[in-house]
Design a protein around this ligand. Structure first.
Ligand SMILES: [Zn+2]
Length: 133
């Protein structure tokens, strides 16, 4: 049974819906907003480019955490695979990694700017409701 993700702009939250039929009415379970945006999962876009999750895992295994340049390269490659724009802050952070700066220091500064620990999402990113509706 397909699970679709929808984003409610009122709640700034992503909800997962189990869609039993195409005619099911999708409404926000919290506020009742029926104008939800369909969210495409990041991994479905990367797999459509003939890149499997196995390749993705291999990319991750490839990263040498002690080598800032290797980390920066891996982040760029992942963003590229997902067709994502890094934004100026992350772009700048990667340039610093490539220049050989201490990854922990760069990561810490990113967190201070409001990036979460994995360095991928700003804190204003939508929440994700764990439930299934
Ligand atoms: Zn809502």
């Amino acid at each position: 049974m397909p699970i679709y993700e929808y984003y409610c702009s009122e709640c700034n939250t992503i909800y997962q819906f189990l869609v039993r039929s195409e005619r099911k009415e999708i409404k926000c379970p919290k506020c009742g907003n029926d104008n939800l945006e369909r969210v495409m999962s990041q991994f479905s876009t990367s797999s459509s480019k003939a890149k499997s999750d196995d390749d993705f895992a291999a990319d991750m295994a490839d990263i040498d955490e002690n080598d800032p340049r290797s980390m920066a390269k891996a982040v760029r490659r992942m963003a590229d695979d997902m067709g994502e724009d890094l934004g100026p802050e992350l772009e700048h952070a990667l340039e610093r990694l490539e220049a050989g700066e201490d990854p922990e220091k760069v990561e810490q500064e990113l967190e201070e700017m409001g990036f979460s620990e994995d360095g991928a999402l700003p804190s204003s990113a939508p929440g994700r409701d764990p439930g299934l509706y």
